[in-house]
Ligand binder design. Structure first.
Ligand code: FHN
Length: 477
């Protein structure tokens, strides 16, 4: 596997056809606005307090796990294209045929402590797991619906309880993904058009008793999650179809009254605590708002046996530092198998990035944004548009910078072709050194410009961090 930064190199051809992901993409398009285009929100001290840990954490493990790991991208001997967890929808599998998968779900290799240990080795500070995805199957014991891991499978264990207990043992924060709108198992849930017909008519009139589903399943299940599993770091709602402000508020009220410190992500349908970008979308510029990019480690969220299009540790390290330099969090996904195993390839990748973070984490955890911005690249002057119809941004990927009071952390993802010129600032620079081994870096100042060079070969060709210390707390330009 290529350990080097792949951010500048061309990606390998996709192992799966991603075009059919359009349905999923469209459902969050409204949310896929780049964060910096959104207006600043009014100050809210309670929210700022709730967000403190999240702003410092920067890096989390997303886990998509459910019955869809059994077909793993193949139904009745035929490859089902698209995201692994969307197989029921993509192959239009009737509830009567999908539901019996529960009888086969017996992930005997599931070991919650090992998963939490992996997240820790990876340098991740929180875990978010699917408690119920769009297929409607709950990965926890629910009194609300027997369609759950403890009551409908031979496994009979409450996966979320085991994970919550392991997280408590390891001091890891745990949050729950919950698909509030789409529930393909329920006749009144959104999304299952093949068994139950369309959700809405041409005039947008709702054709299902959607509130009946919300009140009888989604709302009480969210309440169960917030009352039976200890402190919940966040609830990760998704694809807010037909989520009016009033409906969204009902969920927000359940969260706030059950656990006031639990964060709400940006996909509830009403304002959450932080903003979620579109899947795998990293905005081109920094924002002071709290935000998070959910991202795949290959091209699917739920396990597909044919998807081995792994991102390299270098690519992931670049994305992490890029996101942190812009003020966001990186929520990186793995899709465990039906046996309960996180694919070894994803484990290796995560651990490699984790080793880098062990030596360089100071540049990431609790770090602030870049005081510059020119390193991100620029909008094309030719007026071209990107696939979302927005002005095309041409990214630069050589270096990123994060900050703490009195310090800048320059991370280089490729060997320098020329001495590096520190962008102009009024502060006096006092010294520079490599973060991983504290070796001094010589600074040269001529004509008001300060430069330094990096020894070749680079200390770490994946990413080398140089700390530049300056007088004062913040950069003045
Ligand atoms: O449809 C889902 C998809 O399956 C996956 O859960 C992602 C994760 O961000 N969210 C939706 C698509 O945006």
């Amino acid at each position: 596997m290529n350990r080097h930064n792949g951010a500048t190199s061309g990606r390998r051809p996709k192992a799966i056809d991603v075009a059919p992901l359009a349905i999923a993409i469209l459902s969050v398009l409204a949310l896929a606005l780049t964060v910096q285009t959104l207006p600043q929100r009014p100050a809210d001290p309670a929210r700022a307090k709730r967000l403190e840990w999240f702003r410092d954490a920067k890096y989390g493990l997303f886990i998509h796990w459910g019955l869809y790991a059994i077909p793993a991208g193949e139904w009745k001997g035929k490859r089902s294209l698209g995201l692994g967890e969307w197989i029921m929808n993509r192959s239009k599998i009737p509830v009567a045929e999908y539901e019996p998968l529960a009888k086969q779900f017996n992930p005997v290799k599931f070991n919650a402590d090992q998963w939490v240990q992996l997240a820790q080795d990876a340098g991740m500070k929180y875990i978010v797991i699917t408690s119920k995805h769009h297929d409607g199957f709950a990965m926890f014991k629910s009194a609300v619906s027997p369609y759950n891991v403890a009551d409908a499978t031979p496994f009979r264990r409450d996966v979320l309880k085991e994970l919550a207990d392991a997280c408590a043992r390891h001091g890891m924060r745990l949050g729950f993904y919950y698909s509030q709108s789409q529930d393909w198992h329920e006749k009144n849930g959104a999304g299952n058009t093949w068994d139950f017909g369309p959700d809405q008519g041409p005039d947008n009139k709702e054709l299902k008793n959607y509130d009946a589903y919300l009140r009888s399943k989604a709302e009480p299940q969210v309440k169960e999650l917030l009352t039976g599993y200890g402190p919940v770091a966040l609830i990760w709602f998704d694809t807010p179809r037909m989520m009016t402000p009033e409906r969204g508020q009902r969920f927000a009220d359940i969260v706030r009254t059950s656990q006031p410190n639990t964060l709400i992500d940006g996909r509830l349908g009403t304002e959450g605590d932080y903003r979620s970008t579109g899947d795998n979308v990293i905005p081109p510029e920094a924002s002071t708002e709290a935000w998070e990019t959910p991202a795949t480690i290959n091209d699917t969220w739920g396990f597909r046996k044919d998807d081995t299009n792994w991102k390299s540790p270098g690519q992931i390290t670049f994305k992490l530092v890029d996101i942190v330099s812009k003020g966001g969090n990186y929520l990186l996904n793995v899709g465990p198998t039906a046996e309960g195993v996180i694919p070894p390839a994803s484990q290796d990748i995560l651990r490699t990035v984790g080793r880098w973070l062990k030596a360089n984490g100071e540049a990431v955890y609790g770090a602030g944004t870049s005081p510059f911005g020119e390193e991100y690249g620029e909008y094309t002057a030719r007026g071209a548009k990107d696939v979302r119809g927005q002005k095309l941004f041409l990214p630069q990927t050589e270096w990123r910078v994060t900050s703490k009071p009195g310090k800048l952390y320059f991370t280089f993802f490729a060997e320098l072709r020329a001495p590096f010129e520190i962008p102009a600032m009024k502060n006096r620079i006092t010294r520079a050194y490599r973060l991983a081994d504290h070796a001094p870096v010589d600074l040269k100042t001529e004509n008001g410009k300060t430069t330094f060079s990096l020894e070749r070969p680079m200390l770490d060709p994946m990413a080398t961090v140089v700390v530049v210390e300056f007088e004062g707390q913040k950069i003045e330009r």
